[in-house]
Every structure is written in structure tokens, then in C-alpha cells.
Unconditional design. Sequence first.
Length: 637
Amino acid sequence: MSSPSQTSPTPKSTLQGLALMLLFLVAVGLRWTVVEQYEANHPQAQTPVIDEASYVEWGTRIAAGDWIGDEVFFQEPLYPYFIGVTFRLLGEGLHGLRMLQCVLGGVTMLLIWSITRELFGRGAAWLAALGFSVYPPALLLPCLLLKPNLFLPIFGLFVLWLVRTPMQGKRWLAIGALGGLGALLRGNMLILLPCFFLWPFLRARVEGLALREGARAAALFLAGAALVLLPVFVRNWAVGGQFALTTSGAGTNVYGGNNGENPYGVATEFPWVRGIPRYEAGDWRREAERRLGRDLNGSESSSYWLGQVVESMKQNPGLHISILWNKLRLALNHYEVPDNHHIEWDARYVPLLRLPWPGFGLLGGLGLAGLVLACLRKDLLGGRWQVALVFVLYLGTIVVTVMSMRARLPLVVPLFPFFGYFLWQWFARASKAGRSTDFAIALLLGLAMAFPPVFSPDAERWDLAERDYNLAVSLLENAGELQQAAELAEQLTSSFPNSARLQILRADTRWRQGRIDREAGRESEGQAQIQLALETLKQITADSGVSPRERSRAYRLGGYIQADLGRWEVAERFFRSAREFAPEDEELLFAQGQALWLQAQGPQDAFAKQARELFEELTRLAPESPEARQAAELLGE
């Protein structure tokens, strides 16, 4: 029978547990406050855009009962299913989802504390956990309807069990399952699964164990990953007849961060892709089909784009070394590379984020210093070398794909333990002599990697301008916000006069203002605004240097303006030109068909026949879309 001292918690451990619970509540509370401020002030809080809009729409369909879907996954599917289940349990409001994500942020903090305590002790653990609790991207994350909210706690538990589980432990099955779940959230993890399959063999070698011990753990890991991934593979085969383990978007993701048009490998739009997730797969496939001259499915399209990267690397290795180097610098840099969100821009609407919290420059720089210090001291013993290797491997997946703030965010899980280690060693354990040599070298190298700027000030200004552009587009959906959108458009075009995208935005605001003026009886003012809009669009469509995507946008807007003026013949030509870039766009199919139908003199003439053909194609491509219903109503008349 065990003695009381062996079974009863000590006062010290009880106090530590209470302190850890308090830190958890503080971490969750900070995130909760950020969410409250975000929802109260941010213009896009209730109208998610780009990837967020896609995930919410997908999750809503799942909550309504569409659990299987009918297409091969293009985006990793686990987060939309998480949203769908949350909507079923908590209702379809975004507030409950964000509150749940606040709790997940607190759980990630606890896991970082546990990893660091496992490696470096309690003192370093508190410092690492505090660093994550106030790290600005981690504070903002619960507001955003994006995959890292779910990936970070899964990745944190994966790393913790990876270093804590003995080679003989049965938990390797669960580790494999966590790896599989991570792969359904981030394509990076799918790249790493073969490395983690070999992990037990490496550990067996390092720990001096028999090879069969590593083989047993590796087999369990593989079985766990297969239990998660095989159902997704079978589902993709059943609905699309394609061999796609998780998604059909891997090749496009690699191409996106490794081509000559994107020298820094950041999230960007290509001339042939619309920046709307539901169109991306089709746009990438059509461009590949155009280049090859034959039809492709999603997997074949992915393979084509991956092949383009390989071929480009063979032809111009120097270019790709430069791109990889730029992405490595950005991955270790203080600047938070934006994609859907820009933390500096979002902080305009969230007072708590405007406080001087330490960013990646300090936290990440000291984490890198801790990693260097451990190497200099040959202090990578036990699980420490494993977490360091996880950091290096995950960093490698970012460098070979696309770099952004949310792509980098998981790096804090294996890096912040070394941040805690460095500070704890500095304050509590290092000798003065040590601080003057190895500490100085580590600190210098860590901060030298984190602080020197990578982008020019003009490039960072453009990053902010992109967010203002997105806001203006969102405001245009609400006629009551036209004035603010118009002011933003004028400011942006003054700063970046050569941007076709911004010129189209300004033309859009002028057309809408012209409509309002005409409706209010100010005919001449309204006509002048509309004429200015049309002249701008004419210049854009005539400019051979404008990308096909922007030219299509200009033709689309021009078609709507001509239709609004009742010039159906001209409008139809504009819509037809816009469809050269986006032939399966539901809105353009309906708009062109409507323009033809309204020119028809009778139900059997040539215009009516062409309109029916377009409406039939629309119904085939998107039978449940609002445009298909509008087409049916128009034909019914």
C-alpha cells in the first residue's frame, strides 16, 4: 500500500496547478476580449471573406446534413467539418465558434507549457507559456475562421506525445492518428508524415535500442495515420474517381510558392486565378488544360503544376535557390506576412492588439537564440533534439511551399520552448562568464535572423493597401457604405495609380454613385460619373499589359454598367469577353444569357436560342445556384 506522501499531492504541486489554471484563464480571457472587440469594431467580423467565407459556407452545408459532398477535396477538409459540428451543437452564429477557438488557444498554451517543462523544467515552461499567451498572431487567431485554430492544439499534442512516449508505448497509434488529423488541416503535415514514420527508427538508433522496437512503433504510427486518412482517400475516389489522399491542391500550393512571378514565395493571386476559393480549383485546372490542350481532372491538374516547378528548377536553379532563401528569411523574420489578414491592419479595429506586445522579432528571435545556445552547449539531449528537429522539418515545409503569417504560426509550438530555455538560462542558471560568450553569440545570431527587414517599405505599404482594397469591396456590397468605399478607392488609386485592380474599384464606385445621382434627379452629374467609369474600363481592357484576370473584371463591370443603361447588345459582348477568362462563372453565364434573352424578338429567334444554351450550361454546372433559379424564372416568363 502506498504511503500518503506518494499518493497525496504536495502543497507545491497544488499551488503550481492553481497557477497554471490561472494562466490558462488569463490566456483565454485575453483572447475572449480580443474577440469581443473584433466583433464590435471590425468591418468584416460578420461578413467573412476569402478562405473564411469558404470555410463557413462549407461548414454550414455540413451542419445542414451534407456530410459527404460531391467533389474531390481541393482544400483540407477537417476544419470545415469542425465548423459544421460546432454549428450543429452551438448554432450557426460565429460568436460561439470564436469563443470555442479562444479555449483552443488556451489549450495550445498548456501544451507549450507541458512540452517546455518536459524538456527544460518549470521555469522555462512558465516563460514559454507566457510568451505564447501574449503573442499577437495567437491573440488574433480565435477571431479568424481559419485552420490554425484547430491545427495548433493538435500539433502541440502531437509534439508532446512524440517526445514523451517511450519506444515500447502503445500511444504511437494515437500519435499516428494525430499526424493524420494534422494532414487534414495543413498540407505541410502530409509532407512530414513519412519523416515521422521513420522517427521511431531514428530514436531507436539514438537510444541504443533494438531495431525491432523502432519497427513496432513505426507500424503503430502508420496504422494510426491510415485509420484517419484512408476514409478520406476512399471518399475522394468514390465521389470523384481520383487518387487523392487528402486533396487535389498540393501541386498548385507548391507552384504558388515556387515560381518566377513570386520571388518571395508569399500568398498571391496569379493572372489566371480568381481570389475566391470556390473558383480556384477550376481556374487552376482550366489554365493547365489551356497549356496542355486537353481535359484534366483535379489530380492531373495538381501533377501538372508540380511538374512545372520541377522543370523550372532544372532550367533555372539559381532562381529557385533565391526564392527558397527569401522564404527562409521571411519564416524567421519579425514581419508577419499577410494573406487573408494583416495583423497591423486588423489592429486598427482591436484596441487590445495595439498594445506593445512582444512580436516574433523578440519572441522568435530569442527562441532562435535558445536553439543556437543549446547547440553551442551540446545540450540537445533526450527530447530536446526531437523538438529541435520538428522545428527544422516544419520550417522546411514552409520554405518549400507558401510563406504567410498563418503558415508560420505552428512554428511557435516547437520554437517557444527554446525561447523559455534561453530566458531561464539567462536569468536563473547561466554564469557571468557564460553570458559573455555563448549567450552573446546565441543572442546575436538569433536577433540577426529575426530583425533585419526583408521587404521594402513600399512593399509593406502595398500589403496594407490590399486590406483596404478588400474592405472597399466588402463595403460596396452595402449601398449605405458607398461613400466610405469611394473615399478608400480614391486614396488607394492616388497612392498606386498604375494598379488596374484599384482603377476598376474606383470605376465601380463611380458607377454606383452615378446611379444614385440619376435616381435622385441629378441626371447630368450621374451621367458624368458613369462616363468616367466606362472610360476607365475602356483603357484597362485596351491595355495589353493588364493581366487576363483584371481584364475580365473590367469587362464584367463594364457589362453590368451597359446592362444598367439598357444597352443589351453591348452588355452581351462585354460579358462574353469576361467569360474568356472565366467560362464557367455562374454570374457571367446568367448575365450573358439575360442580355441575349432581352434582345430576342421572340422565343424562337437566334438570341433566344443562344440564351437557352447558356442557361442550360448554367443549370448543368450549378443547378442549385441563385443564377440557375433566376434563369428558370426568366424562361418561365
